[in-house]
Design a protein around this ligand. Structure first.
Ligand SMILES: Cc1cc2nc3c(=O)[nH]c(=O)nc-3n(C[C@H](O)[C@H](O)[C@H](O)COP(=O)(O)O)c2cc1C
Length: 233
């Protein structure tokens, strides 16, 4: 598979086939993705991979935890260790987020005002969308913006390598709302902070949630080209 094919075929998959993923494939990908660059070669990613019995146990624990605290840990999910979205977000970002949310819920036949169904669907995050494997990415609490950017490079490398193996994924910041439970299950050290999880498996192509494609803004809206003669798009 060409890199460009991996990039264009990657999308967030939120329903998976009941088909296990081979241990060796996952190990290889986790190892290879570490060729991702990082400032000063710090390699600040800490990865926990779950499959098989530990994943089954973990999912059971999560269904109990979500039933007990549906909004996340702490008051209203305030147990989250980092700010996911700025409190005051520019209009363009707000619009993109809401367009994505509409496309997602429309694909599932959930109406805009149906908060109960939305939140029920949201809780699928905490079962890794029924994927047969899942990953958690941690970073040191002392890490700054540069190390956080490094995590993105590592995780995108994982997602592209998964495509090469015919596998799909969904990165999930939603897990940060249950960071305490996740960390205690994984026995992650206190000086590590949960950034996100990732559901991993074979896509269920028939499931409606996997049928919508997200849009991208025009290149000219985010890129500036200096010394280029063509008009571009
Ligand atoms: C850091 C990060 C966190 C995300 N968190 C979630 C999440 O918690 N749940 C989810 O369903 N999708 C999540 N996504 C997926 C985004 O919604 C998705 O990448 C975006 O809408 C673009 O769609 P695409 O990945 O299909 O191209 C996350 C993506 C990233 C990069």
């Amino acid at each position: 598979m060409k890199v460009s094919e991996a990039i264009t075929s990657r999308r967030s998959i939120r329903a998976f086939l009941d088909r296990p993923v081979e241990e060796d494939v996952l190990r290889r990908i986790i190892e290879r993705a570490a060729r991702a660059p990082s400032g000063g070669n710090l390699q600040p990613w800490h990865i926990y991979m779950l499959r098989g019995e530990p994943l089954t146990q973990f999912k059971q624990l999560m269904s109990e935890r979500v039933a007990a605290e549906p909004g996340g840990e702490g008051a209203g999910g305030e147990g989250v260790d980092y700010v996911m979205y700025p409190e005051k977000m520019g209009r363009a970002y707000m619009e993109r987020r809401s367009t994505f949310g509409e496309a997602l819920y429309t694909s599932l036949g959930i109406q805009r005002g149906d908060r109960e169904s939305r939140s029920k669907w949201m809780h699928h995050n905490y079962q890794f969308y029924d994927a047969p494997a899942g990953l958690f990415c941690y970073v040191s609490r002392e890490a700054g913006p540069m190390q956080w950017a490094d995590l993105g490079m590592y995780l995108q490398s994982v997602m592209l390598l998964l495509r090469e193996e015919g596998l799909d994924s969904c990165p999930q910041a939603a897990w940060a709302r249950y960071g305490r439970t996740v960390s205690s299950f994984l026995r992650a050290p206190d000086d590590q902070m949960l950034f996100c999880g990732m559901a991993i498996g074979y896509a269920d192509a028939e499931h409606p949630v996997n049928t919508f494609a997200t849009e991208r803004i025009l290149t000219k809206e985010f890129a500036t080209f200096l010394g280029f003669d063509g008009a571009g798009s």
